[in-house]
Design a protein around this ligand. Structure first.
Ligand code: PLP
Length: 427
């Protein structure tokens, strides 16, 4: 018998067939009736992270104390970098875990602009995460306002026309800095094509992979990518504020000099030379002592990604975002929602935005629902996006079905009217 996707039995059958379903039990799920669709903002806690941190605190910090730096801590930034390299198609010695995404952008963008003297424009797009645009503005200011930041606009609010990127590039362009998967619409650039455009214009290409890593397969080597940054607390489940990563292609590492000359970036930090000499390799993109507890908390989830494989995760992610959109088309579009993400899966990352004039209050009603009602946790991105993150390591089809039912009920019965439209600090 052919099952109807709008029936719960269809979702149950899809979960039965799901080859990745067993990964869900590797996460702490303390409220089974809370449907978490915000793993694209803060990933769930892997079950093995807590015992690992307990052990690290007791043994590595508590017992071994300072000796732990020589017993593994000092290599952690590179070791985790090598694991992330495996997820993004880079070489193990091209990636480093360090600092925050914003700071890594500052370091790489400054290094890139200083290595293209005479070029006067920095190009980005209106979908870029504001922190990235602010950092670029700050870098331009710091370098004496010799560059102009130009922002590519979207024609449809969902996608950026690659031709508009091409048209923005010329012999004046120093740097093209883009987020690969846009944080609001989930629009995904063709990395190989755009990278080539930037390089043909003689500009640097810098990708922010925060919404891509662990969400879509990436091939930085195949794209000959120059520079990239990204965070580990979203799809990679590294924990709140977990250290970020950066990528510098091997042949560029010794050419570019990042501006924060901390002792960890030095060639021989423990010589304590008075004069800075940068490490010759990816190590020069470090700054100072890494936060070891937060750093080590990233590792358990990376092992899950290695086991699951990005191709399989992407396959499930596409099936699940397609399923979610299908249900939204049946149930939510007639209630005033519109799709805030590209309809073609090839142009989309692993989240889906649904737009509605009352999106903020609808989100509040979903999050604050009281038992026995099912609670759904998406997030809200101004002005009107409910953003639903699909994290195939732990999102089930039944959760998607139930979440869409809840959104339908909250909207149809106007349950959101009980909530204030006054925004919380974090939305
Ligand atoms: C695409 C993107 N870039 C940069 C950032 C900022 O990252 P951080 O707070 O780690 O500096 C975020 C935060 O969500 C983001 O989504």
């Amino acid at each position: 018998m052919e099952l109807n996707p709008t029936d719960l039995s269809y979702a149950q059958e899809m979960d039965q067939q799901d080859k990745l379903a067993h990964f869900r039990s590797q996460f702490v799920i303390s409220e089974p009736d809370t449907i978490y669709l915000d793993g694209n903002s803060l990933g769930r806690l892997p079950a093995s992270t807590m015992p690992l941190l307990q052990k690290v605190i007791e043994q590595q910090w508590g017992e071994r104390l300072i000796r732990s730096w020589n017993e593994g801590w000092m290599d952690t930034q590179a070791r985790l970098g090598a694991k992330i390299a495996g997820l993004i198609g880079a070489q193990p010695d091209e990636v480093l875990v360090a600092d925050s995404t914003s700071l890594n952008l500052f370091k790489l963008a400054t290094a890139a602009l200083r290595a293209r003297p005479g070029r006067t424009t920095v190009i980005s797009d209106e979908f870029n995460f504001p922190s990235d645009l602010y950092i670029l503005q700050g870098v331009i200011d710091l370098l004496g306002n010799q560059h102009e930041l130009q922002i590519i606009r979207s024609k449809d609010g969902l996608t950026i026309d690659p031709q508009a990127v091409q048209d923005s590039l010329n012999e004046h362009t120093a740097l093209l800095s883009l987020t690969h998967v846009a944080f609001k619409s989930a629009y995904m650039y063709d990395m190989a094509r755009i990278t080539e455009m930037a390089q043909q214009a003689g500009a640097w290409m810098l990708w922010d992979l925060s919404h891509s890593v662990g969400a879509v397969p990436l091939d930085l080597k195949g794209c000959n990518a120059d520079l990239a940054i990204g965070c580990t607390y979203k799809y990679l489940n590294g924990g709140p504020g977990a250290p970020a990563f950066l990528y510098v292609r091997r042949d560029l590492q010794a050419q570019l000099l990042q501006p924060v000359w901390g002792w960890f970036a030095a060639k021989r930090p423990f010589d304590f030379d008075l004069q800075f000499e940068a490490a010759p390799d990816i190590g020069r993109y470090k700054v100072g002592s890494p936060p070891m507890l937060s750093m080590l908390a990233i590792e358990p989830s990376l092992e899950l990604f290695e086991q699951a494989g990005m191709a399989q995760l992407r396959e499930k992610s596409v099936q699940q975002t397609e399923y979610l959109i299908h249900l939204a088309e049946q149930w939510l579009l007639p209630l005033g929602f519109s799709l805030g993400s590209p309809r073609q899966p090839g142009l989309r990352g692993s989240h889906v935005s649904l737009r509605h004039p009352e999106a903020y209050r609808i989100n509040r009603a979903l999050i604050e629902a009281e038992a026995p009602a099912v609670r759904v946790i998406p997030d809200f991105r101004a002005p009107d996006n409910t953003r639903l993150g699909i994290t195939p390591l732990y999102t089930t089809y039944v959760e998607i079905w139930r979440a869409m039912q809840c959104m339908r009920q909250v909207t149809e019965e106007r349950l959101y009217e009980r909530f204030s439209s006054e925004r919380l600090p974090v939305t």
